[in-house]
Each structure stands twice: as C-alpha cells, then as structure tokens.
Write a protein that binds this ligand. Sequence first.
Ligand SMILES: Cc1cc2nc3c(=O)[nH]c(=O)nc-3n(C[C@H](O)[C@H](O)[C@H](O)COP(=O)(O)O)c2cc1C
Ligand SMILES: Nc1ncnc2c1ncn2[C@@H]1O[C@H](COP(=O)(O)OP(=O)(O)OP(=O)(O)O)[C@@H](O)[C@H]1O
Length: 155
Amino acid sequence: MSGGPEDRDDTPSYDRVVAQGTFDVLHPGHLHYLREAATLGREVHVIIARRENVTHKQPPVLSDEQRREMVDALAPVTEAHLGHLDDFFIPIERIGPDCILLGHDQHHDADGVRGALDARGLDCDVRRATGRERGFEDELLSTGRIVDRICEERC
Ligand SMILES: Cc1cc2nc3c(=O)[nH]c(=O)nc-3n(C[C@H](O)[C@H](O)[C@H](O)COP(=O)(O)O)c2cc1C
Ligand SMILES: Nc1ncnc2c1ncn2[C@@H]1O[C@H](COP(=O)(O)OP(=O)(O)OP(=O)(O)O)[C@@H](O)[C@H]1O
C-alpha cells in the first residue's frame, strides 16, 4: 500500500524562509502567511517594513519595534528582524535564506526580486504565498479594514 499519510513527506524543503511585510495590527491573514512559510522552511525569518518605506498605503499605526516584537512572539516565527531603511537586501544577506516567500497580494514582482538577488550573487528561490479567504462573513483579514472599523465604531 502507498499514498497514506505515512508516505507523505512533510519535511520542509528549505532551511530558512524569509517572509516580510508591515504587520501593523495583526490578524488571521498574517497567521496564514507565516504558517505557510513554516511549512516550507525549518526556520522562518520575518523582515518588518520600516514605517518610512510603507509608502503605497497609510503608514502603520504602531512603531517599528512594537510590530517586530509582536511578530517575533508568533509560534511559526523563528525571528523577526527590523528592515533596513535604504537597502532591502542587507537583511537578506545577513539572514541568508534559501527561499523568499512573497505575500499573495504584495506588489513586489517575483522576477524583479530574483534579478536583484542574482545581481548580488545570492542563491535563493522566490515563491508566492496563497491568500486566506474569509472563514465567516465578518472576518477582517486586512489591517486597513480593522482600522476603518475602529474609526467607524469608536471615533
Ligand atoms: C525581499 C524583500 C525584502 C524587503 N526588505 C525590507 C527592508 O529591509 N526594509 C523595509 O523597510 N522593507 C523591506 N521590504 C518591503 C516591505 O516588507 C513591504 O513589502 C512593504 O514595504 C510594506 O507593504 P506590505 O506590508 O503591503 O507588503 C522588503 C520586501 C521584499 C520583497
Ligand atoms: N488575508 C491574507 N491572506 C494571506 N496573507 C495575508 C493576508 N493578509 C495579509 N497577508 C500577508 O501578510 C503580510 C503582511 O501584510 P500587511 O501587513 O500588508 O497586511 P494587510 O492586512 O494586508 O495590510 P493592509 O490592510 O494595511 O493593506 C503580506 O505578505 C501579506 O500578503
């Protein structure tokens, strides 16, 4: 007999996976992303975007260090690191991942990231994560939507 659970290889294929993002007010979409990273790698390192670099949406409410501390405490995460202000590939060089997992909705282009890694002589796969769908009608899977809800109901 074959094909049963005992035959499945659940061993992560990578040593170190890097996830990254703003991670302002945490929600289950963030957990989905970081759990997926943990299925891929033995270690999950998370780079926390610096407030100054979050330019494509409202800046985070919480400080860089508070966001780092909260993500660092999550079960799937080996270590959370503050991002670099100017050069996104300095933390990557320090961490030395063999996979970068881009978020399902992140604007970063996978081929562009691969090109930047090649240019610095870094041997690392780039993959795209899946998104978490709402499990029930009122589930809020976006920091922006949580902040909007707070403003609507409490301000
Ligand atoms: C490979 C990679 C490395 C990154 N490193 C940093 C970094 O060192 N510092 C930083 O401020 N942002 C860094 N970013 C960007 C943010 O993590 C993030 O994509 C963006 O600025 C915040 O938006 P988001 O949470 O909507 O993705 C990196 C992004 C990628 C793809
Ligand atoms: N629903 C979700 N399913 C899977 N991954 C998610 C989900 N929401 C966020 N992520 C991932 O978590 C990481 C950090 O996301 P980010 O902090 O930008 O959260 P966000 O809630 O989408 O923010 P905002 O609502 O302000 O745009 C990104 O890689 C993003 O793709």
